[in-house]
Structures are given as structure tokens and as C-alpha cells.
Design a binder for this molecule. Structure first.
Ligand code: IPE
Ligand code: IPE
Ligand code: MG
Length: 229
């Protein structure tokens, strides 16, 4: 049995289809998706998982209809406002990866305030991937390394220049909604991550589903290219 994962990364997918199946607008799916995310943060903390990275908005998601992008930004602002006290009370520390300077200024301010207000949290680090794309992140890292005068870049140096420099690589990646792809998420960091796909649509992903995913992970044999002893 593996010990529980230290870092879980999730691609929260299927909000739109969840709403569509119910004959509701996509935004209603996103609203329920936020509640599912809140419950999963609480559960991850209860399970003693130190790091949780949630894919909340991708570089590519900027290409969605303007109305949907605006609604998602509003939901993000609402999430930060309504969950801040709970995060503080639960020792959840907020962080972000991605090009957050592309987000609306009001959202940037809410993020900065919440990051500061939760900075002393020690039970769970919640990392929101916002305006995040892994290829762009890797390019930024290479540019940072070049600016720092590093010419012969090593894997450790590249890792240290990524947005995720302060966090361990994910042990477990979960993607909901029955899609089997990575969608430009954490390409470098997922090199040896265990992948877990489920057909559950994100708004239906419950604490019990998280427990199942962790249990499946704990049964896996992680060999890292070696042979079993
Ligand atoms: C995931 O749900 C949330 C975001 C990408 C912001 P989707 O909106 O991608 O839902 P589907 O995949 O269309 O069902
Ligand atoms: C990935 O989901 C991004 C997020 C969950 C935020 P998408 O729905 O955007 O990915 P694709 O388009 O199915 O690859
Ligand atoms: Mg999707």
C-alpha cells in the first residue's frame, strides 16, 4: 500500500454537460461545480492531504463565449468572498499558478487579499490553476532561468523556475467527466503521477468519490522505472 498522496491535482471537468443533461444553462453547472470544489477542499483537508491543485480556468478557456468567461470570473470572485472565512478557520492556505495578471483586476485584488488573509494556514495548501497552461508555464520557466543566467538547464533548475516551484509534484491526478486527456495541465509535473479517470461529472464528484480515488491510488505500485524488489 502506498501512503496517502501528498499532492492531488484535479481536472474538474463536466460542469457544462451536467447542466445540459438537466436542461439548464451551463452556468448552473459551474455554480454546482464550485460547491463540489468546496466540499472536496474540506474533505482533502480532513484526509490530511497537504496539497490540492484544482484546474479552475485554462489558457484555452479564454476562447469560450464572452458571457461564459464573465460568469466564470464572477463565480471565482464570489467563491473567494464567501469561502475566505471558512478557509481561514480551517487552516487552508490559498495559492495560484498561471497567468493571473490576465484575470479581471477586481478578481486579482480578491485573490491577493485572500492569499494574504490565508497565508498562515498550515493544514492544506489549495492551489488554484487560473489562466493556466502548462506549455506557457514551461516557457516562462525557461525565460526565468535564462534571465538568471543559467545556460545549461537541469530538470531540477527547470522545476525550480515553474509556478509550482514550492510544491511537490502531484502523486495523483484525477480527471472527471470521462475525458481521457491532460488538456495542457501540469505537463512537466505529471511525469510520474498516477492517473485516475472517472465518468462522474464534476458537480456530482463527492467526498466518497475522492476517497475511492485515493484508495485506488494507494493500491497502485509506483515503480518509477525500476523493478519490484
Ligand atoms: C469544467 O467544466 C469547468 C471549466 C472548464 C471552467 P466544462 O465547462 O468544461 O464542462 P463540459 O466539459 O463542457 O461538460
Ligand atoms: C480543462 O477542461 C480545464 C479545466 C477543467 C479548467 P476543458 O473542458 O477546458 O478541457 P477540454 O477542452 O475538454 O480539453
Ligand atoms: Mg470540459
Amino acid at each position: 500500500m502506498n501512503p496517502p498522496p501528498q499532492h492531488i491535482a484535479i481536472i474538474m471537468d463536466g460542469n457544462g454537460r451536467w447542466a445540459q443533461h438537466k436542461g439548464l444553462p451551463r452556468i448552473v453547472g459551474h455554480q454546482h461545480g464550485v460547491e463540489a470544489a468546496d466540499a472536496i477542499v474540506t474533505t482533502a483537508r480532513e484526509f490530511g492531504i497537504p496539497y490540492l491543485t484544482l484546474f479552475a480556468f485554462s489558457d484555452e478557456n479564454w476562447g469560450r463565449p464572452r458571457e461564459e468567461v464573465e460568469q466564470l470570473m464572477q463565480l471565482l470572485a464570489d467563491f473567494l468572498r464567501t469561502k475566505r472565512d471558512k478557509m481561514i478557520a480551517n487552516g487552508v492556505r490559498l495559492a495560484t499558478i498561471g497567468e493571473t495578471d490576465r484575470l479581471p483586476v477586481t478578481v486579482q485584488h480578491s485573490l491577493a487579499e485572500t492569499i494574504e488573509a490565508t497565508a498562515a494556514g498550515t493544514s492544506l495548501t489549495l492551489i488554484l490553476a487560473l489562466s493556466y497552461g502548462a506549455r506557457a508555464e514551461i516557457c516562462r520557466a525557461v525565460r526565468r532561468a535564462m534571465t538568471a543566467g543559467i545556460s545549461e538547464i537541469t530538470p531540477d533548475q527547470l522545476s525550480a523556475a515553474l509556478d509550482t516551484a514550492a510544491y511537490p509534484d502531484p502523486d495523483l491526478l484525477i480527471r472527471t467527466s470521462g475525458e481521457y486527456r491532460i488538456s495542457n495541465y501540469l505537463l512537466w509535473q505529471l511525469a510520474y503521477t498516477e492517473l485516475y479517470f472517472t465518468d462522474i461529472l464534476w458537480p456530482d464528484f463527492s467526498p466518497e468519490h475522492l476517497r475511492e480515488a485515493i484508495a485506488a491510488y494507494q493500491r497502485r505500485e509506483r515503480r518509477f522505472g525500476r523493478v519490484t524488489a
